[in-house]
Design a protein around this ligand. Sequence first.
Ligand code: FAD
Length: 451
Amino acid sequence: MTQRLVIIGGDAAGMSAASQARRAKSAGELEIVVFERSTRTSYAACGLPYLLGGFVKSPDALIARTPEQHRAKGIDVRTRHEVTAIDAKARTVTVSDLSAGRDFTLHYDELLIGTGASGILPPWPGIEAKGVLQLRTLDDAARLDALLDAGARRAVVVGAGYIGLEVAEGLLERGLDVTVVERLDAPMGAVLDADMAGGVADAMRAAGVTLRLGTAVTGFTVVGGRVTAVETAAGPVGADIVVIGLGVRPNAELARAAGVGVGEAGGIVVDDHLRTDTPHIWAAGDCVESRHRVTGRSVVVALGTHANKQGRVAGTNIAGGNASFGGVLGTAITRFQGVEIARTGLTEREATAAGFDAVAVTTESSSRAHYYPGAEPMTIKLVAERGTGRLLGAQIVGGTGAGKRIDVLATALWCEMTVAEVAGMDLSYAPPFSPVWDPVLLAAGKAASRI
Ligand SMILES: Cc1cc2nc3c(=O)[nH]c(=O)nc-3n(C[C@H](O)[C@H](O)[C@H](O)COP(=O)(O)OP(=O)(O)OC[C@H]3O[C@@H](n4cnc5c(N)ncnc54)[C@H](O)[C@@H]3O)c2cc1C
């Protein structure tokens, strides 16, 4: 008899699961129905800041697969359909067809929740005003474009995390006066140690961004329904547009209301096969908690790289296979103009907070042989456990070619290597690519000498 897999959410996690399950099982064996409340499927939100900045020319370039393309592969994608309730006992979902304006229920044999996350929007007075927005969807990007076309000149970005930085770069590229307001004392202050974040602040100021650090937003001045300033504890900052980039929260309410376990970090609790604690219900992507491989704790790390992998693992298992998700390290990378910023594992602050006796070293080196054209300065900070020498984390800030070196350190971390082992690794060398002592080897050698 044909089984039915219902998927809630048609982006990275949901559609990866659908595609993987479809590869493993024919339509005769498994019917796959995906409910997506927006009009789009499988698009790269990660590319939105680069669309804003004009590095990517068309919104269509960000769409990996349209609903029609999924349907042609035997996946019944229903856009503008929002799932409003799950009955885990009856194994049904209640669905609101947003176009037709009617509700219906549908039975599932297996259910995957891939509802993603929502941007954090504090209840600041005036946050509903025209001109205050987030950059999370292609519709947001279109709204932002319309405001720019209508003559917006002054932009304020609230939050100097990954997305805040990428949006600030995009807005500068579009010729706006950009101010970034950040509650912490450094940009990327939540993900880098303060000593590493200084280089990021310098780069932003040098590019013409006005940085208001250590400044808390309290609300917005609104005139005629439009934002005209961001109110802060240190006074108002004039604005034609405001982009909020304060991080995300998992969309776990639907699961919670159905009695599915939600953890302390706010995400749906899943095992390494992406099963929830409720029979026949699976979850993947930004809405779940993952195991941090260094601390062993449950964390929410809302990244596309995990959503795609988790969707694939869930799809394999739902179709009767046996795959597992290995956990996360919090590896991430971004850039601000020519400065690349990357991290993996724990910062020194996080390692100490997690109870490790941490040793931290910082090395300055260059991305290529110092005599080779294009050599750029780069800083690596390594965090290791005193005594054992186990690598706990790494941060990199530097010019072109610096950032992706984080992947070597993420691999070492994944394999639970010591800094002495990393220092002895056989890494490639030729002058256009690295100094004879690659910065990773240099940093690891220095860390090994301090253990
Ligand atoms: C501007 C930006 C830049 C980013 N850059 C990076 C990057 O460089 N690297 C990286 O790894 N990650 C990046 N990310 C994060 C990445 O986009 C997300 O981690 C990824 O999209 C998560 O996929 P998901 O399928 O779990 O959730 P989502 O992509 O959020 O998809 C969830 C889907 O579920 C739908 N949905 C929710 N509830 C319901 C419901 N009740 N009924 C029906 N449908 C529902 C939503 O409409 C949505 O389409 C970025 C995100 C943004 C916004």
